[in-house]
Design a protein around this ligand. Structure first.
Ligand SMILES: N=C(N)NCCCC(=O)O
Ligand SMILES: [Zn+2]
Ligand SMILES: [Zn+2]
Length: 315
């Protein structure tokens, strides 16, 4: 029997240390099937800093999550042993070293088959997480929720930033270029070439307007078709949400998804071969009333739920 979260009917949910969803820590269980892990790192940002405080804020905003997920009809913490694996200690003064640390820690945490939901941290960390995923599964399909493409080349000559992880990943051959999608893209670009490069790398784009005009079901259908039964990694930059739904982020763009749309699309992924996920770019200094923290914690909860369903199917 998995060890579940602290019982909120016996111990008030606002009391005690904040692990994700008040789950046990990794060192309190014998084996974890799914681990939520933080990466407090924001040295890769191009605008507002502060995503290094994202993991603590998402945990603090996750105290109200309950054990049954009616939208997916699953009790994720009973279907699998889910834990909080704490934070990866990424060097804030050395991006290359931080990337190596995240890569090594992700490999370590998943060595016995555990799946990760990583809480960022800026989007730079998706690169080492994808490296680790590809080492275990081969080149992976990607569904990338973001206002931004994050396939740019360099900033100030720097190759490893939060605007460049997916270009690096394509260059490294760790993504399955038949099955790459951005969702929620919007806002001004540097030039048309950004889109041309992106298409050349193999990405298909579902813009934020597409979600509005076509609706969730059609978008889910398209994304599912593109992924098929490939191993798929889901990366959620919280700035995919409209700043009204997620003000606490570093590079906000108007005209984004609602949290309802994002959660509904994620729930449409039930049955896909999800192998890992991240929720990045939560910067609490710009948040209000935990809007962004609550949204991110619910996104992480649905991702954990999808992984738990997958785990139960395979067990
Ligand atoms: N990954 C995020 N959130 N943002 C990328 C923004 C890149 C830019 O400053 O143009
Ligand atoms: Zn973004
Ligand atoms: Zn991003």
């Amino acid at each position: 029997m998995p060890i579940g979260p602290i019982d909120a009917s016996k111990n008030p949910r606002y009391a005690g240390f904040a692990t994700f969803a008040r789950l046990p820590r990794l060192d309190q269980v014998e084996h974890a099937d799914i681990a939520v892990v933080g990466v407090p790192f924001d040295t890769g940002v191009s605008y507002r800093p502060g995503a290094r405080f994202g993991p603590a804020h998402v945990r603090e905003s996750s105290r109200l999550l309950r054990p049954y997920n009616p939208a997916l009809d699953v009790s994720p913490f009973a279907s699998a042993q889910v834990v909080d694996a704490g934070d990866i200690a990424a060097n804030p003064f050395h991006i290359d070293e931080a990337i190596d640390t995240v890569h090594a820690s992700a490999l370590d945490l998943t060595a016995d088959g555990a799946r990760l939901v990583t809480i960022g941290g800026d989007h730079t960390i998706a690169l080492p997480l994808l490296r680790a995923a590809a080492e275990q599964h081969g080149p992976v399909a990607l569904i990338h929720f973001d206002a931004h493409l994050d396939t740019w080349d360099t900033y100030f000559g720097a190759e490893y930033t939060h605007g460049t992880p997916f270009r690096r990943a394509v260059e490294e051959g760790i993504l399955d270029t038949e099955a790459l999608s951005h969702v929620g893209t919007r806002g001004p670009l540097y030039g048309k070439k950004d889109l041309e490069d992106d298409r050349r790398f193999g990405f298909g784009i579902v813009t934020s307007s597409d979600v509005f005009r076509q609706g969730v079901d059609e978008v889910v259908d398209k994304l599912r078709q593109r992924v098929g039964n490939r191993p798929v990694y889901v990366s959620v930059d919280i700035d995919v949400l409209d700043p009204a739904h997620a003000p606490g982020t570093g590079t906000p763009e108007a005209g984004g998804l609602t949290s309802r749309e994002l959660l509904e699309i994620l729930r449409g992924f039930a049955g896909l071969n999800l192998i890992g996920a991240d929720v990045v770019e939560v910067a609490p200094a710009y948040d209000h009333a935990q809007l962004t923290g609550v949204a991110a914690s619910h996104v992480a909860y649905d991702l954990v739920s999808l992984l738990a369903m997958r785990h139960a199917e395979q067990a």
